[in-house]
Design a protein around this ligand. Structure first.
Ligand code: ADP
Ligand code: MG
Length: 352
């Protein structure tokens, strides 16, 4: 036998490497935790981070909560309450998560404290501490109904990953973007975000998108938003394409920014990015925005549930349609019509 430098990595190391690829930065953990709260049917979600999330992340919800057996199971690898087998996947999943890996993965590269109590349960709840891939302690804890997950010491055991973190300001920008998208996508959930003890925004959860936009982006932006509401009603000129309807708000051309981070599009309530969507929206503004300027956009695009496959790449938020031309035509028309109605763009040449 010859000597070799190639050695088998131990399981713990393999797990940490894999986890570091899934949880890239504080914002990735925030995203998973907020999705879990939404899946647990929460009507309020409070996110608080310290030092951009590098020191600590806390997500508290008033969702359905877990009992001790549930929470022990929740941190194990590939455990989920959301699907049973692959046939459920083929039927389509309504929940944001289903892989059963987020909690386990975060707990492989951080210290995770979960405090939880099922809705309607009497007495104490449960606190479980999970560190470096293992349960450290479980015991009763006084807590309200719902679930609080706290993540500290992120990447304590993966120094290479920790080194890649940007400044606290940059990390917070990512966290803010994630929480903002979920707040805008869920006007019926009261979402709040706190950074280093200071409130960044909080929405009321009353279900009204315009007031959600106001809570998130402030009065100046909210008062300059124009409603978009297009659907292929009988006799309407809504073009053919993959969309069933388009609703939400776009800003007056004068209310713009130098980054496209305020262009939010959702497909059936899920945040997605799409180059085609951005192009169609920009085309609708017909040069009314300055060079390199982007509007504020919060638009939900509805498609029949079986025509878009969201399960393939849960972490990829990019979406593509077979009929891209039809998709762009629908979106451009909807936005342009809204702007035209307010005299904000010229009626353009034939569309297409
Ligand atoms: P997934 O979301 O893919 O099922 P996770 O690792 O994110 O996997 O969560 C594992 C399980 O833990 C979930 O299926 C759910 O049963 C439970 N869980 C996680 N977070 C919460 C929460 N905030 N409230 C109630 N249950 C939760
Ligand atoms: Mg999840």
């Amino acid at each position: 036998m010859t000597d070799t430098d190639i050695k088998q990595l131990d399981e713990r190391t393999v797990q940490r490497i894999a986890a570091g690829e899934v949880v890239e930065r504080p914002a990735s953990a925030v995203k998973e935790l907020v999705e879990n709260s939404l899946d647990a049917d929460a009507s309020r979600i409070d996110v608080a981070v310290e030092a951009g999330g590098t020191e600590s992340i806390r997500v508290r919800d008033d969702g359905q909560g877990m009992n001790e057996v549930d929470v022990r199971a929740a941190v194990r690898e590939h455990t989920t309450s959301k699907i049973d087998d692959v046939s459920d996947l083929e039927a389509g999943v309504a929940t944001l998560g289903f892989r059963g890996e987020a909690l386990h993965t975060i707990g492989a590269v951080a210290r995770l404290t979960i405090t939880t109590k099922p809705r309607g349960a009497e007495g104490a709840g449960t606190e479980l501490v999970f560190v470096d891939g293992e349960v450290e302690s479980v015991g009763p804890a006084g807590c309200p109904e719902g679930t609080t997950v706290e993540v500290t010491d992120l990447f304590f055991n993966t120094p290479a990953r920790k080194k890649y973190l940007k400044t606290e300001t940059t990390e917070f920008t990512h966290v803010n973007r994630v929480v903002t998208q979920y707040a805008l996508a869920n006007p019926d959930v009261a979402v709040s975000l706190e950074h280093d003890g200071r409130e960044v925004f909080s929405t009321t959860g009353q279900g009204d998108l315009q007031s959600t936009i106001l809570s998130v982006y402030g009065t100046d932006v909210a008062t300059n938003m124009i409603a978009v509401d297009a659907e292929p009603a009988v006799g309407s000129e809504f073009p053919e394409g993959p969309l069933d309807g388009i609703s939400g708000y776009v800003s007056h051309p004068e209310t713009n920014r130098s980054t496209r981070e305020y262009v939010s599009t959702f497909i059936n309530g899920r945040y997605v990015t799409s180059g085609a969507a951005r192009e169609a929206i920009m085309d609708a503004y017909d040069g009314q925005l300055g060079n390199g300027r982007y509007p504020f956009v919060v638009l939900d695009l509805s498609v029949p549930a079986d025509t878009v496959d969201v399960n393939v790449h849960p972490r990829k938020m990019e979406v593509r349609f077979d009929d891209e031309a039809g998709f762009k035509r629908q979106l451009e028309t909807a936005v342009e019509d809204a702007l035209l109605e307010h005299g904000l763009v010229r009626s353009s040449a034939p569309r297409g």
